[in-house]
Design a binder for this molecule. Structure first.
Ligand code: SAM
Ligand code: SF4
Ligand code: SF4
Length: 347
């Protein structure tokens, strides 16, 4: 595939442009977070199906020609994919690319931060749900809390812009750490984002009673810190941002109680080349097949354009409208199709 000229972004049925692309580079993970991978056993994607870095980078040039400007590396745990900096370098060589970010659990970050920064990674978000090592072990089934803290420190030393920290808040699990986590992030000059516990595929133990809503999170922060002020600039970003009276900022991602589908320009490519137009979509569009059959660039562009133009997805809003909510997908169905898992399609 060779480079072609850039045109205006295409829009879906609701006028949402094809914007950000999340690249899940692996479905494997070195943690077992209870809101994402609570089961004992998982079905993994066959190794031969995984796109090579060149295949990913070539596909991304088609996406950037169609309007994408930002990519986020995710997974599974993206740092489990070997030599990830090689992919970052290929993506950074794309002339249309404005932003390359990564979401990681931080376990392997201490070792990789500098290499990734040098390769052209622009921003890092680290997922961290607790400041307590014993709680981390209970939440993730791995005794690796210290490694995450070392990873955060290394990313700061490597010169990344202020980090983002993502915390999934679960009632009775870690909701007593809303304020301590906020203090921790402020000390690091990182921006903490509180995420509502979502009923995505993989969250097989989800229950509405464990969700701590955006409203409740804000109320608890206001009770302690005084009024918080909403600050603009959300755009198509999932986090609403707020400022504390001292000027420090934080975000809330209210996918359950206040979903933001109306502005959603995000799609996801799995490690084996399935393209999902929504986090909740039941099916993806196979891009690996055409790539490996030698489809022309124009053919793949047409496929992407046709599907995005017909996109109507508003998954989180539809879930909110559902009368009774439980786990989205039964474990038997997840075992039949690992693509339904959050750790496969990327958070
Ligand atoms: N392994 C990396 C990590 O944890 O940062 C990247 C992939 S992970 C699937 C991406 C994000 O999805 C993480 O911030 C994680 O907290 C979030 N996530 C996973 N399951 C979730 C759920 N049920 N509700 C809300 N967020 C979830
Ligand atoms: Fe946790 Fe991320 Fe792994 Fe899911 S993919 S189990 S959220 S570290
Ligand atoms: Fe976008 Fe789907 Fe998430 Fe709504 S549920 S914000 S449409 S990915």
């Amino acid at each position: 595939m060779c480079e072609s000229s850039h045109s205006e972004p295409i829009s879906d049925v609701h006028g949402r442009p094809l914007g950000q692309l999340r690249l899940s580079v692996t479905d494997r993970c070195n943690l077992r977070c209870r809101y994402c991978m609570p089961e004992q056993n998982y079905e993994w994607l066959p190794h031969d199906d995984l796109l090579r870095y060149e295949e990913i980078a070539d596909l991304v040039t088609i996406f950037t020609d169609a309007g994408v400007r930002k990519v986020r590396l995710t997974g599974g745990e993206p740092l489990l994919r070997r030599d990830l900096e090689r992919l970052v370098r290929l993506l950074a060589a794309n002339a249309h690319m404005e932003d390359i970010a990564m979401t990681t659990n931080g376990i392997l970050l201490a070792d990789a931060a500098e290499r990734l920064r040098e390769a052209g990674l622009g921003r890092v978000t680290v997922s961290l749900d607790t400041l307590r090592p014993e709680r981390f072990l209970a939440l993730t089934r791995r005794d690796l809390h210290r490694r995450v803290l070392e990873g955060i420190r290394a990313a700061m030393d490597a010169g990344f812009p202020p980090l983002k920290l993502d915390m999934v808040v679960m009632r009775g699990v870690n909701d007593d750490e809303i304020l301590p986590m906020l203090d921790f992030a402020r000390e690091l000059r990182a921006e903490l984002r509180f995420i509502e516990y979502m009923d995505v595929g993989g969250a097989t133990h989800w229950s509405a009673s464990e969700v701590v809503s955006r409203g409740e999170i804000l109320e608890r922060i206001e009770r302690h810190h005084g009024g918080v002020e909403a600050i603009g600039g959300q755009g198509s970003a999932p986090a609403e941002r707020f400022a504390l009276p001292d000027g420090s900022t934080f975000g809330v991602i209210a996918s359950v109680t206040a979903p933001f589908c109306r502005d959603c320009d995000r799609s996801r490519l799995t490690a084996d080349g399935q393209w999902y137009l929504c986090l909740y979509a039941a099916r993806g569009i196979d891009l690996r097949g055409p790539v490996r059959r030698g489809a022309t660039r124009e053919e793949i562009t047409s496929l992407i354009t046709a599907h995005w133009s017909a996109r109507t997805d508003r998954g989180a809003e539809e879930r909110r409208a559902a009368r009774s909510r439980g786990p989205l997908i039964a474990i038997e169905a997840l075992r039949q199709d690992p693509h339904l898992e959050m750790h496969t399609r990327g958070g």
